[in-house]
Design a protein around this ligand. Structure first.
Ligand SMILES: [Fe+2]
Length: 229
């Protein structure tokens, strides 16, 4: 399995708070059957340059690898990326270093607000100017701030959409989340795990539900294809 959305790097963001917790999260994901983890630490352009983020990310990754080597821990395939908070001025900076591995795909977190036409225009502008392929993070979350029509309009753009495992597991959110997948409006699955307490890795519980509905394999195949695995 592939987990496409995680915060496993130690001390990078509000995810793993130490290298020990990072290893616990990785071990848990591996025990759930995950062999490739996409690491998507938060990137906020108002706080930091892309260069600084990439440097910090490299340091956090090296710390993890060094700790794993020293303790005879076999790490899975880890692909570095970012979860980039969208801004209308994101197109002013070079976002290529924030893409997932060496793909042209960037994971965008849309603002948690009611969408207006200016949001859609800004997204269209980013798609045109950046030349990158966008994946919208946890697309089901935008229902909390928008009606069905606005979310439909968002996903009708030339983008791929990721859903969180938790939204498949949560009985209140499941129906809407499954509908997104069935309607080809959600393509990729991620745990969005942040820690080993309140936001633990939960990909296998979601996959059990998705497999019963014959939806799991397609999500995993989409991720594999996108990552050239
Ligand atoms: Fe996230």
């Amino acid at each position: 399995m592939i987990d496409f959305h995680t915060h496993i790097l130690p001390e990078m963001d509000d995810g793993a708070s130490s290298v020990e917790e990072a290893v616990d999260m990785i071990n848990e994901l591996q025990s759930q059957g995950v062999s490739t983890i996409v690491s998507t630490s938060h990137y906020y352009m108002q706080d930091e340059s892309v260069d600084s983020f990439v440097k910090r990310r490299g340091i956090a990754y090296n710390k993890l690898v060094t700790y794993a080597n020293q303790n005879n821990i076999k790490l899975p395939n880890i692909i570095l990326g970012a979860e980039v908070l969208f801004s209308p001025i994101l197109c002013d900076i070079d976002c290529k270093p924030l893409c997932i591995g060496n793909t042209p795909y960037i994971l965008l977190e849309m603002p948690y607000t009611k969408f207006s036409s200016s949001h859609f225009k800004a997204l269209e502008n980013f798609l045109n100017v950046s030349g990158l392929q966008c994946i919208l993070a946890h697309v089901e979350r935008y229902y909390h701030f928008n009606d069905d029509k606005a979310v439909e309009k968002l996903v009708s753009h030339d983008v791929l959409c990721q859903i969180n495992a938790g939204s498949v597991i949560d009985k209140k959110l499941r129906k809407k989340t499954l509908k997104l997948i069935k309607n080809d409006c959600a393509h990729i699955l991620g745990s969005d795990t942040h820690n080993m307490s309140s936001r633990k890795p939960n990909i296998s519980d979601a996959m059990k539900i998705l497999d019963k509905k014959k939806l799991g394999t397609e999500l995993m195949c989409n991720a594999a294809e996108l990552l050239n695995l």
